[in-house]
Design a protein around this ligand. Structure first.
Ligand code: CMP
Length: 143
């Protein structure tokens, strides 16, 4: 079992896609083991996206992520990291396959509705950052 981290970005929340997105994870067989709604501050956004600091899109990304509330989830299941990335699709909605979340609901590369951890190492780092209190059934040794 793995636990991964996803969050529905401001555009996904504003468009009323939280239920639709979560439904895709649940019907696939993945389980929600943590959930919270929050307005991300610059400190958390900077820590989360530290690897992108210095890239041309970074200032816009931080502005976007901190612009309005997001919904964060800890998602658990077999191969949860890889399966979640498959459900989410490629970064750019124009390139994401139909049937994926980004492929079905967007055309943008930046306003792409959802983030999902790209590796087990990222998942562990992001879960510790966003859910410092821990998550249900979440056992760090399982990743
Ligand atoms: P995410 O999966 O959250 O990881 C990094 C984010 O940076 C990505 O989704 C996009 O929202 C954003 N991003 C990545 N590449 C670009 C780009 N070329 N232009 C604008 N935003 C980008």
């Amino acid at each position: 079992m793995e636990t991964t981290f996803i969050f529905v970005k401001p555009d996904g929340v504003q468009r009323g896609l939280v239920g639709e997105i979560l439904n895709r994870f649940e019907r696939k067989g993945l389980q929600v083991v943590g959930a919270k709604m929050l307005r991300v501050d610059e400190d958390l956004a900077g820590k989360h996206y530290a690897e992108h600091e210095g890239k041309p899109f970074y200032p816009g990304l931080i502005k976007f992520i901190t612009s309005s509330p997001i919904m964060a989830f800890a998602i658990r299941g077999v191969d949860a990291v890889t399966v979640s990335r498959t459900l989410i699709g490629a970064t750019n909605g124009r390139k994401a396959d139909p049937g994926t979340i980004r492929g079905d609901f967007g055309l943008s590369g930046g306003f792409n509705m959802i983030h999902g951890s790209d590796s087990i190492e990222s998942a562990n780092r992001e879960l510790a950052l966003w859910f410092p209190e821990g998550t249900l059934e979440y056992d760090k040794s399982s990743n």
